[in-house]
Design a protein around this ligand. Structure first.
Ligand code: HEM
Ligand SMILES: [Cu+2]
Length: 554
C-alpha cells in the first residue's frame, strides 16, 4: 500500500467540522458524536421555539379574564402540546445533545461506545416530533388531557377514530421512551468503559457524573412509563380495562406508572444542569470547584432518592395518610444533597476573580431562580400545603422556575460556554448580555406572578378566570412576551457568529478540561493521541498539568 492511501485513512484528513460545505453533514446519518450532539441541539431548539409559540398564544388568551382569543378546547390542546413538546422535544433532546457532544471529549474518548445506536436514537427524535405535531391536523385536534394524560380523561375519544390526537400522543411518547433508553444505554456504557487512562472516577468532571446519574434514572424509570403508555394505548384502542374505571380498571394505577418515571424525570433534566453549573462557576471565578468529590457523589444520592418520592404528586389522589407522611419525608430529604450542591457553588464563586461573561451571567441567574424554586418546592413537599394549592397556578409557577429559571437558563449558559468549542467561533458578548437581561427579567415577570395568583386560588389549565386574578395574569403575559422577544438576539447572535464570528482559538476561556486541549472545533475522533490524565479537574490556581502527554500542545 502506498503512503498516500495510508494517509487517506487518517482521521485528520477527513473533512473537518469547520469546513465550508460541512453543514450537509448535519442532514446525514452521521455516527460522529459531535455531529449527533449538534443535530440534537438544533432540532431541540426548533421545537423549543414552536412550543414557545404555543405558550405565546396561551398568554395572549390569559391577558383577559374571558375566553376570547381561542376556543376552550383549543386551549386544552395548547397547554397539552406545549407541555409535552417542551419536555419530550426540547429538554430531553437538548440534554442528549449536550451529553453527546461533551461526554466523549471530557473523558478523553474518540467517540461514544455505540455510534450507530447513537445515530438511530437521534433520528427517532424528528420521527416522533412529526407524529406529535401531526396531531394538530387529525380530526378532533391534538390531545387535550394535559402532559400527564391521566385516565379517564385520556380515554375519551369523541371522534371515534382510531387515529386521534390522543393515540398519536401515546405513540410519540412511547417512541421517545425507546429513543431515550437507547441513548441511556450508550451514555452509561461510554462513561463506564471509555474513560482515558488515568481518569479514575474522582478525576472525572462533574458534568459527566451528573449525566451518568441522570441516565441511570432513565434506565430504571422509563420502563414504567413505557409500560403505562402501552397499557393506556390498549385501553384507548382495543378496549382493555387496565385504567378505565367504567370497566373496573384503576385510574390511580396509571398515576403510579406515570409518576414512578416522571418524578425522577425531573432529575434527569435538572442533574445535567447541576453539571453545567459545576463546570461553569470554576472557570469564571478562577477557583477549584468547592467540595468536588462530595458534589460528584451527591448526584448519585439524588438518583437514589428520586426513585422513592413519586407519590408527592398524588397527595390529592385519595392517597392514605401514612403514605402521604412517608412520601412527604422522603421528598424533603432530597433537599440535603441538593442543598450541598448549592452551598458548594456559592463557596466556589465566593471571593473568586469573577468574570461576568454571558455563560456566567446565565449560570448565576439560573442558580438564583433555582434557589427560589427550591423554596417553593419544599413548601409543596408538605402535604397539607400541597393539598391547598393543588391544581393552582402556584404549582405552575413553581415548576416553571425550575424548568425555565434553572433548566433553560442553564442550557443557555452551556450553549454560550461551549459555542466557541463547537463552532470554532466567538459569539458577540453584547448581544449575549442583552439576551440575558431580557431572559432574566422576562422569566421572573412571567413566572413570579403565578405564585400569588395560585395562592389566591386561580386554577391551572383554564382559558378564562375570575377578574380578581387579572392583575397578575397581565404581568405574567407581559413577561411571557418578553421571553418570546428574548430569543431574537439569541438567534441573531448564534447564526451570525456561526457564519462569521471572530476565530475563538482552542481555549478562549482559559478553562481546564480535556475538551479545551483539542482544536475548536475538535477534529474527527477528537484526540490524535489519547490523553493520560494525571490531575483532578478544576485545578485553577495550581500549576499541575492536567495530562501527562501534553507535549503536542505548545
Ligand atoms: C415562554 C416561556 C413559557 C411560557 C410563557 C409558558 C406558559 C405556560 C402556560 C400559560 C401554561 C399553562 C398552565 C396551566 O394552565 O396549567 C404552561 C404549562 C406548562 N409548561 Fe410552560 N411556559 C413556558 C416555558 C416552558 C418551558 C421551557 C417548559 C419545559 C421545558 C414548560 C413546561 C410546561 C409544562 C410541563 C406545562 C404543563 C402542561 C399541562 O398542564 O399539562 N413551559 N406553560
Ligand atoms: Cu415530583
Amino acid at each position: 500500500m502506498s503512503n498516500a492511501s495510508m494517509e487517506a485513512l487518517q482521521p485528520s484528513l477527513q473533512p473537518q467540522p469547520g469546513a465550508p460545505d460541512n453543514w450537509k453533514r448535519f442532514f446525514t446519518f452521521s455516527t460522529d458524536h459531535k455531529v449527533i450532539g449538534i443535530q440534537y441541539i438544533v432540532t431541540a431548539f426548533v421545537f423549543f421555539l414552536f412550543a414557545g409559540l404555543l405558550a405565546m398564544v396561551m398568554r395572549g388568551e390569559l391577558l383577559t379574564p374571558e375566553a376570547d382569543l381561542v376556543d376552550r378546547t383549543v386551549y386544552n390542546g395548547l397547554f397539552t402540546m406545549h407541555g409535552t413538546l417542551m419536555l419530550f422535544m426540547w429538554t430531553f433532546p437538548m440534554l442528549n445533545g449536550l451529553a453527546n457532544y461533551l461526554v466523549p471529549l471530557m473523558i478523553g474518548a474518540r467517540d461514544m461506545a455505540f455510534p450507530r445506536l447513537n445515530a438511530a436514537a437521534f433520528w427517532l427524535v424528528p420521527v416522533f416530533g412529526v407524529i406529535l405535531t401531526a396531531s394538530f391536523f387529525v380530526p378532533g385536534g391534538p390531545s387535550q388531557s394535559g402532559w400527564w394524560a391521566y385516565p379517564p380523561v385520556s380515554l375519551q375519544n369523541p371522534t371515534g377514530n382510531l387515529i386521534n390526537g390522543q393515540s398519536l400522543w401515546i405513540l410519540a411518547v412511547a417512541l421517545s421512551g425507546i429513543s431515550s433508553i437507547m441513548g441511556a444505554v450508550n451514555i452509561v456504557t461510554t462513561i463506564f468503559r471509555m474513560r482515558a487512562p488515568g481518569m479514575g472516577w474522582f478525576k472525572m468532571p462533574v458534568f459527566c457524573w451528573t449525566v451518568l446519574a441522570a441516565q441511570l434514572i432513565q434506565l430504571f424509570g422509563l420502563p414504567a412509563l413505557t409500560a403505562g403508555a402501552v397499557m393506556l394505548l390498549f385501553d384507548l384502542t382495543v378496549g382493555t380495562s387496565f385504567f378505565n374505571p367504567e370497566l373496573g380498571g384503576d385510574p390511580v394505577l396509571y398515576q403510579h406508572f406515570f409518576w414512578f418515571y416522571s418524578h425522577p424525570a425531573v432529575y434527569v433534566i435538572i442533574l445535567p444542569i447541576f453539571g453545567v453549573f459545576s463546570e461553569i462557576f470554576p472557570v469564571y471565578a478562577r477557583k477549584p470547584l468547592f467540595g468536588y468529590p462530595v458534589v460528584a457523589v451527591s448526584s448519585l444520592v439524588i438518583t437514589g432518592l428520586s426513585g422513592i418520592v413519586w407519590v408527592h404528586h398524588m397527595f390529592a389522589s385519595g392517597t392514605p395518610g401514612w403514605m402521604r407522611m412517608l412520601f412527604m419525608f422522603t421528598t424533603m430529604t432530597i433537599s440535603i444533597p441538593t442543598g450541598i450542591k448549592v452551598f458548594a457553588w456559592v463557596a466556589t464563586v465566593w471571593g473568586g476573580k469573577i468574570r461576568l461573561n454571558t455563560p456566567m451571567l446565565f449560570a448565576l441567574g439560573g442558580l438564583i431562580m433555582w434557589v427560589f424554586a427550591g423554596i417553593t418546592g419544599i413548601m409543596l413537599a408538605s402535604a397539607p400545603f400541597d393539598i391547598h394549592v393543588n391544581n393552582t397556578y402556584f404549582v405552575v409557577g413553581h415548576f416553571h422556575y425550575v424548568i425555565y429559571g434553572a433548566v433553560v437558563m442553564g442550557f443557555y449558559a452551556a450553549i454560550y460556554h461551549w459555542f466557541p468549542k463547537m463552532t470554532g467561533r466567538m459569539y458577540y458578548e453584547g448581544l449575549g448580555k442583552l439576551h440575558f437581561v431580557l431572559t432574566f427579567i422576562g422569566a421572573n415577570l412571567n413566572f413570579f406572578p403565578m405564585h400569588p395568583a395560585g395562592l389566591m386560588g386561580m386554577p391551572r389549565r383554564v382559558a378564562s378566570y375570575d377578574p380578581e386574578f387579572a392583575f397578575w395574569n397581565v404581568l405574567a403575559s407581559l413577561g411571557g412576551f418578553l421571553l418570546g422577544v428574548s430569543t431574537i438576539p439569541f438567534l441573531l447572535n448564534m447564526l451570525s457568529s456561526w457564519a462569521r464570528g471572530p476565530e475563538a482559538g482552542d481555549n478562549p476561556w482559559r478553562a481546564i478540561g480535556l475538551e479545551w486541549l483539542v482544536s475548536s472545533p475538535p477534529p474527527h475522533e477528537n484526540f490524535d493521541e489519547i490523553p493520560v490524565v494525571v490531575s483532578r479537574p478544576y485545578g485553577y490556581g495550581s500549576d499541575e498539568p492536567l495530562i501527562a502527554n501534553a507535549s503536542e500542545k505548545e
